[in-house]
Write a protein that binds this ligand. Sequence first.
Ligand code: 0L1
Ligand code: MG
Length: 262
Amino acid sequence: MKLDQQTIAQLAEHLENAELQAHDVLKITDDHPEMDWGDAYAIQNEILRRKLARGNKVVGLKCGLTSRAKMQQMGVETPCFGFLVDNFTVDDGGTVKTAELIHPKVEPEIVFVLKKALSGPGCHVGNVLAATDFVMPGIEVIDSRYRDFKFDLKSVIADNCSSSRYALGGMAVPVADLDLRTLGVVMEKNGQVVSIGAGAAVLGHPAAAVAMLANHLGARGEEIPAGTMILSGGVTEAVSVAAGDHVNLRIQSLGSVSLRFA
Ligand code: 0L1
Ligand code: MG
């Protein structure tokens, strides 16, 4: 770690204020080029600590930047991991208030819910499938706190991987009879198809993203607890949304989920 505790706390406050007050900031590595991966996750953890102290509850975890389309869109080469808290949750068919956000985008996600804990190192796709209770469709709303979504990987990890809102819907389907790689994904905005993909866009198999998360936490002496809900990462590029938009996501065999933006 290159940053001291006071700087980590200041940067966490700076980024969380940008989230809560819906204003953008410049990427933090501009002023702190020396920060390392440990610093980036320490800032994210400090944001989580601030939220828990305010009474928020963790409701899930997320893998970000897990598809080639997303990595290319954002100019990075490695996935990242973040947390979801209760006030990020929006009901299926519910409304997201854009005044609370900076420049939201939506992405289609295959969502896992575990029945058993997962721990790394050495966690693989087979372990994830054996530990999965069911999968379901989810729309993630990302809202980078960085101006024009311009960041590097350390800055975006510190910013909790742009986490902002999400909705789950469709059906909760056990994975035994599904090939998650070939599940078709269709996302529509205002009735027009805006992105199409298949599960394999996420690291070759969406369960590989969850395994990567388990291995990432394992390196820190942590595990993914039984019951955890996990967004495995956008299957396609993220799509910008604004007040008045309606987004519908359909995933083959899993059903659909939708959101309105006001
Ligand atoms: O969920 C995601 O894949 C987003 C990760 C952060 C990068 C971004 O804001 O696009
Ligand atoms: Mg995502």
